[in-house]
Design a protein around this ligand. Structure first.
Ligand code: ADP
Length: 257
């Protein structure tokens, strides 16, 4: 599935947020969006979901303008995964994942056998079937984030948008969530995530986008950031970026100098 963003601009009222944004992402891509607070990362995700309309430009999924899709059609191709801390209710894990089936149901339909099977399949994919009957309030933050990813999988969308997926998670849960996202990418999902962590963007993403002063100031492969200058100018800090062999694979790491 191919997402193409063509020259979009967006203002909140008179206030310019994004200008001339163009990029594309397709099956097997994992695109990290970096940018300082208030740079427009969440706004961009909301535009991709069709919650906001660009003032100019187009967003196409497999060459179809998302403006011309119904809400149900959009939900069948693109899913939003909020931060786990934003879950406010206390349904069971299975019921939460079943909510991902809602766009496929008619207004007064209850989820049927097929929907329950899809939800269970999503739980199996994320290896959290054992949590099925637990309340989402009685599991760890990392598990909760996996439940929200499972909800998106049960929606059957192939483009997954994650808004700071590891904020408020401990280190091991951060790794679990990012490794799960990488695994889905390898299965052919298109993953787009915003993050405040340059380490994560360099280590887990296939592509990195930096938004600053309303524009894309960098779009390329993590290795292109290796000399540090672009990230140093973004964060106003001296950084040390290296490619290392972990024994399992090559990873790029980033630490402050
Ligand atoms: P980020 O996710 O990069 O922190 P946001 O996309 O949330 O940035 O916000 C970009 C800018 O738009 C910020 O200055 C923010 O205050 C402003 N903003 C966000 N939502 C609204 C809104 N609904 N109305 C007006 N301004 C908004």
């Amino acid at each position: 599935m191919n997402l193409e963003v063509k020259d979009i601009s967006f203002c909140y009222g008179e206030r310019k947020i994004l200008e001339d944004i163009s990029f594309s992402a397709s099956s097997g891509n994992m695109l990290a969006i970096l940018g300082r607070n208030g740079s427009g990362k969440t706004t961009l995700l909301r535009l991709l979901l069709g919650f906001l309309k660009p003032d100019k430009g187009q967003i196409l999924i497999d060459s179809r303008n998302i403006d011309e899709m119904t809400n149900r059609e959009r939900a069948s191709v693109i899913a939003y995964i909020p931060q786990s801390s934003q879950l406010v209710y206390s349904h069971s894990v299975l019921d939460t994942v079943l909510m991902g089936r809602a766009p496929a149901l008619s207004l007064f339909d209850k989820p049927g056998k097929k929907d329950i099977e899809k939800a269970r399949e999503a739980l199996r994919t994320l290896r959290i079937s054992h949590l099925e009957t637990r309340s989402v309030n009685a599991i760890s933050g990392g598990e909760r984030q996996l439940v929200l990813i499972a909800r998106a999988l049960s929606q059957e969308a192939r483009i997954l948008l994650l808004d700071e997926p590891t904020s408020s998670l401990d280190y091991s849960n951060q790794l679990l969530v990012m490794e799960t996202a990488e695994e889905l990418r390898r299965k052919g999902y298109t993953i787009i995530f915003s993050t405040h962590s340059p380490e994560q963007a360099l280590m887990n993403a296939t592509d990195v986008m930096i938004i600053s002063s309303h524009h894309i100031s960098f779009l390329g492969k993590p290795i292109e950031l290796i000399d540090g200058r672009i990230l140093e100018s973004l964060y106003q800090r001296k950084l040390c970026i290296r490619e290392i062999d972990t024994g399992e694979n090559q990873r790029i790491i980033c630490v402050p100098k």
